[in-house]
Ligand binder design. Structure first.
Ligand code: DSN
Length: 426
């Protein structure tokens, strides 16, 4: 059967045999097409990635690594994983890559488990200042097993990291890992300074570049390996535009311990359909078009941040140096982040509520929302559309109780979105 017919037949089978799942799928396709995604950690992946994810590679168990597996029948899985590894090394200019982590959390856990014993110290970013759950949130298992100590940003210095404080904490606590990388931080990272501190106390340097992985791959943001970092982790589904997965990249001396920690330490059979999709994603990241995409993500973020601030909205760091920004909705509109998120949902602009540094409010009703440009850029939106979206968002948040007005805005947003197709849905 021709591939197109096969895909149609698969969808028809799903529609016929499981209408509940099919209806939800169609609903999600419509939601993605008619609105716009401004959550900074999301993206619209490539049609080729969807094809690889929905392929027979999902059938195969492949515990182990290429050439050293515990099951037979690995001629094509070995090809795929080797390709993904080689491309990852080329894209990120590193000596070793493990492509088996199932997603971001197990990816970081595997690194900790490779090099730390319970109770060992990790120096990471304060969570309300932008750190991630796996960087030591007390509610995460990682926060309970290891001893996380925290550095912070300086609000009076546009959210830049306070390296004096960071160095002092490192000297006092002697961490085994100095961790740089965040989930809600709109500034670039001074890897050289992190490395100096880590060297002074004999710590391993680890950068979790999950959010900016695509921007590093596209050469528009700094690469931690250029500053002598030991280990870099990144998810593959954010700015990199791939499937949901994780890469652990490192220099050769760390390679064995990391591979052993992922399998058999933490995980069983790798998801080979995801690894096939990661190979596709990294192949795309090596194309010149990807550099242009990454550059446009940054241009769009500048345009969005500038348009929001011009219209009186307050960004937590007073601007951005990457793809994201955090809007203080309490200061800007006297609304908490939950209400702001719901208001923007009502006009088909998807964002997410977000705690801000030292937020006095709880995480489910925090003081801000996060915005980012990777997904909108994938659809071909540029600076003019960012300005338009900023205007609609500010107007909606300023008149959030006016339902009729929100309906008018929603129609305008959806009209715009019709002109920008979601890849894989046309
Ligand atoms: N959930 C991701 C994010 O939104 O940043 C991090 O894990």
């Amino acid at each position: 059967m021709e591939s197109r017919d096969r895909l149609m037949a698969q969808r028809e089978m799903l529609q016929h045999n499981d209408p509940a799942v099919y209806c939800a799928l169609v609903g999600e396709e419509e939601r993605e097409q008619k609105g716009v995604e401004l959550i900074p950690s999301e993206n619209y992946t490539y049609p080729e990635v969807l094809a690889a994810l929905g392929s027979v590679f999902t059938n195969k168990y492949a515990e182990g690594y290429p050439g050293r597996r515990y099951y037979g029948g690995q001629e094509y899985t070995d090809q795929i994983e080797t390709l993904a590894v080689e491309r990852a090394k080329q894209v990120f200019r590193c000596e070793h890559a493990n492509v088996q982590a199932l997603s971001g959390s197990p990816m970081n856990q595997a690194v900790y488990m490779a090099f730390l014993k319970p109770g060992d110290t990790v120096l990471g970013m304060d969570l309300s200042h932008g750190g991630h759950l796996t960087h030591g949130a007390p509610v995460s298992h990682m926060g309970q097993i290891y001893h996380f100590v925290r550095y912070r940003t300086e609000p009076e210095n546009q959210g830049r990291i306070d390296f004096e404080q960071l160095r002092q904490i490192a000297r006092e606590t002697k961490p085994k890992i100095v961790l740089c990388g965040y989930t809600s931080y709109p500034r670039d990272y001074d890897y050289a300074e992190f490395k100096r501190v880590a060297d002074e106390v004999g710590a391993i340097t680890m950068a979790d570049i999950s959010h900016i992985g695509g921007l590093v791959a596209g050469g528009v943001m700094r690469n931690p390996f250029d500053y002598g970092f030991d280990i870099v982790t990144t998810t593959t589904h954010k700015s990199l535009r791939g499937p949901r997965g994780g890469l652990i990249l490192c220099c050769e001396p760390f390679a064995k311990a990391i591979d052993k920690s992922v399998f058999p330490g933490l995980q069983g059979g790798p998801h080979m359909n995801t690894i096939a999709a990661i190979a596709v994603t990294l192949g795309k990241a090596l194309q010149p078009e990807f550099k242009a995409y990454a550059a446009q993500v940054l241009h769009n973020a500048q345009a969005l941040a500038h348009a929001l601030m011009t219209q009186g909205a307050q960004l937590v760091t007073g601007g951005t140096e990457n793809h994201m920004m955090v809007l203080d909705t309490v200061k800007s509109f006297a609304l908490d982040g939950k209400v702001a998120e719901q208001t923007l949902d009502a006009i088909s602009i998807t964002t997410n509520k977000q705690i801000i540094p030292d937020d006095p409010n709880p995480p489910l009703r925090p003081s801000g929302i996060r915005l980012g440009t990777p997904a909108a850029t994938t659809r071909g939106m540029k600076e003019a559309q960012m300005q338009q979206l900023a205007e609609w968002m500010v107007n909606a948040l300023a008149r959030h109780q006016d339902e009729n007005y929100l309906n008018i805005l929603r129609q305008q947003v959806e009209e715009l979105c019709l002109d920008y197709a979601v890849p894989g849905l046309t």
